[in-house]
Structure formats: C-alpha cells, structure tokens
Design a protein around this ligand. Structure first.
Ligand SMILES: Cc1cc2nc3c(=O)[nH]c(=O)nc-3n(C[C@H](O)[C@H](O)[C@H](O)COP(=O)(O)O)c2cc1C
Length: 199
C-alpha cells in the first residue's frame, strides 16, 4: 500500500472484531513507532501494551465506555515520560553508544537543558507530550500499512489509567491507541480544502 492509500483508508475505528493481531505484526508496528522522529531525538515516550481482557474491561469505564477499548486486540497506552533528568541520562548513554563525538553530545544536552530550564514544569511536560503525538502518528498510519485498524483516543481519564495500570508517577498517559481489526466501516473523510489550509 502506498502512503496516499494508507492516509486515505485509515480511519478512527469505533469498534473492533476482537480478533487477535499476530505478535510478529505487532513487532513490526512497534518498530515503526520506535523509529519516530522527536525533538533532538530525545524519545520521551513509554508505551504500555495491554492485551488481557480483564484490564481492558477495567479501563473501559475510565474511557467513557468507548467500545474500542474492550474490543481491540492490543491497547497501546502512549505515556509521556516527564522525568527529563532520567531521559537525559539515557539519551547521553545512547549517543555515546552511537559513537557521537563527546563535544556534540555535551552541546546537545546543554541546548536541551537550556531550553527546558526556561520553561515551567507545565510547559516542559507539554513540550515532551508533543513528541508523543508524533510517535502516535506513526502508530496509526503504520497500523494501516500493516493491514490493521486503530483509533487515536484522548477520551479517557489519565489518572484512572495511571491507577489501574500502576504506572510510575513520571509516566503520564497522554493518548491511547487501540489496534486490531475493524468491525465498523469508514465514514467519509470530512476535511478542509487545500486552499483553506495552505495559505
Ligand atoms: C488527539 C485525538 C484524540 C481523539 N480522541 C478520540 C476518542 O476519544 N474517541 C474516538 O472515537 N475518536 C477519537 N479521535 C478520532 C477523531 O475523532 C478522528 O480522527 C477525526 O474525527 C477524523 O476522522 P478519521 O480519523 O476517521 O479520518 C481522536 C483523534 C485525535 C487525533
């Protein structure tokens, strides 16, 4: 499927048929998500994968009872990792392993620290969570490329999710993406004309 076909046929699936996606296909999807772009390449995301029926059932009331949660195969809970200090430790290690010259590493880290120091905690978390949405874009288009359906969802209660999934405090559930095989049909794409967008 070429990319135009992917973006035309992907849609926010409202109900899945419950069929389980093979693990090999999910691994391909994880790889597409892993390779996402992020600011400086900092990758401030952790993705909790929920497959067991009992947990999906428990998360449903915390998701305004939306049918996607229980009917999907894999529920990907995209969390923003808000522990910037911890992220920078991992980031430095990754760059060292990648043979990036140490002066380049130090310059990058200083730039990130400088930028983030001028932000409030709220602004910092907003900056980090923006990166998570890019990974989510890879997930929804990547799923379609693999013959899967998905739905990006913000309609859930993040603090309830944290409790049910026992997430550490620095991981903030930001967006959830159920993945599976659709049991509904696509609606017409309602989008603005190009001349309203490209100004
Ligand atoms: C950030 C975000 C949050 C969304 N939250 C929900 C949601 O909670 N439930 C839902 O059914 N759809 C949700 N959607 C899907 C949108 O309603 C959908 O993408 C939009 O109407 C365009 O339709 P399409 O994706 O089918 O082309 C969300 C989409 C985005 C990007």
């Amino acid at each position: 499927m070429d990319f135009m076909e992917i973006v035309k046929s992907r849609y926010a699936t409202k109900k899945f048929n419950g069929k389980i996606v093979p693990e090999s296909k999910m691994q391909e999807l994880y790889e597409m998500i892993r390779l996402s772009a992020s600011s400086y390449g900092i990758q401030p995301w952790k993705i909790k994968v929920v497959t067991d029926a009992a947990t999906k059932k428990a998360l449903t009331p915390a998701s305004y009872n939306q049918a996607q949660i229980e009917s999907c195969s894999h529920l990907l809970v995209f969390c923003t990792d808000t522990n910037l200090k911890g992220l920078l430790v991992e980031f430095r290690e990754m760059l060292v392993k990648g043979n990036v010259p140490s002066e380049v590493i130090e310059t990058m880290i200083k730039m990130i620290e400088g930028g983030s120091n001028s932000m409030t905690e709220e602004q910092q978390n907003a900056w980090l969570s923006k990166q998570v949405y890019l990974a989510a874009a890879n997930a929804i288009n990547g799923a379609k490329a693999l013959g899967l359906d998905s739905c990006p969802m913000e309609g859930f209660n993040a603090s309830e999710y944290s409790k049910i999934l026992k997430l550490p405090k620095h991981l903030q559930p930001t967006l959830v993406i159920p993945v599976g095989y659709a049991a509904d049909t696509a609606r017409p794409k309602l989008r603005y004309a190009k001349d309203k967008i490209f100004i």
